[in-house]
Design a protein around this ligand. Sequence first.
Ligand SMILES: [Mg+2]
Length: 372
Amino acid sequence: MKITDVEPIVLRVPEVDVSRADGTQDAFLVRVHTDEGVTGIGEADTSPYVARTMVEMPSSHAVARGLRELLVGESPLDVGRLWQLMFHGSDHYGRGGAALHTISAIDMALWDIAGKIAGVSVAELLGGRRAESVRVYASEVMPETPAGARAIAERAVERGYTALKLGWGPLGRDREHDVALVEAARAAVGEEPELMIDGGRAYTVESALDLLHAVEAARLYWFEEALQPDDVEGYALLSARSPVRLAAGEADAGIMPFRALAERGGIAVLQPDLGRCGGFTVARQIAELARERGVEVVPHCFSSGVLVAASLQFVASLDHPTFSEFSVADSPIASGLLAEPFVLRDGRLDVPRGPGLGVELDEELVDGLRAR
Ligand SMILES: [Mg+2]
């Protein structure tokens, strides 16, 4: 069995508002084709045009290779070897960032193929399904006003979510306004549901502590990305004094940054994005790390249903599945793309049972959003 093509797919909604930290306005999918007719699908949460170029471009030299060129003719079942081939082949322009995102999408597609060939879901390939459904938290950008936060929170509860995260937007500009936003969200979701806040990297150690002490009554499940992703020393200082557990990792790729966050930064919840961290091949190393260190893993997921499926497969394979993220952004990319969209039941999503990722694209919708 050989790879015959790696097809990059760039999607984009007609109107993009670049002022919003909303990754569901465009998307990058990849389809890996084989000579036996089996195809795999994967997704990266990245800059889609950069990713497409990395797939399509001709090689510059031995360690600056185009990814399609590297993969065509190889066996898709050699997933670990192909990961290393791509990582070393992109060394000159990669080692992180968009190159690792693009590798993540291809890795995901290779695991999808491996599952289809074996006739089992990716969760089974990763070690076994410990859950048939996963609790998801609704995730949205923090609106400008407490009334806006209330409206989102009320809608989430109405739809049956048992947990909500709001983040970025106005957070970090003004302490009193932050407190009002968090309190409004807590009041609107009620006592029971979990509430997470994503600081959107807008804080210092001191300003984060200040806010977290002021909102202790809101009982946050975690406070996410208070600081810049690389500020491991800052996270160490913050976690030593924070009354709330800290979450981070959505921007990272490869196992090393996650090791630093867990071992030195005191991060209690690691948030690899399956479409950025290096795909399932790296995510399962993060699962091992989480087992060693006793930390929680809740994948970051704010893109299409392909990434949702990958995240659910991963969470289902964890020792202690808790949550997966589910974007409730108003975007055809977040809500559509799949032939059979996910249906929320009791605040949970079923882990697809079919082989591989267990999902298929709505080809008509994908074609309609395809960007040149
Ligand atoms: Mg985040």
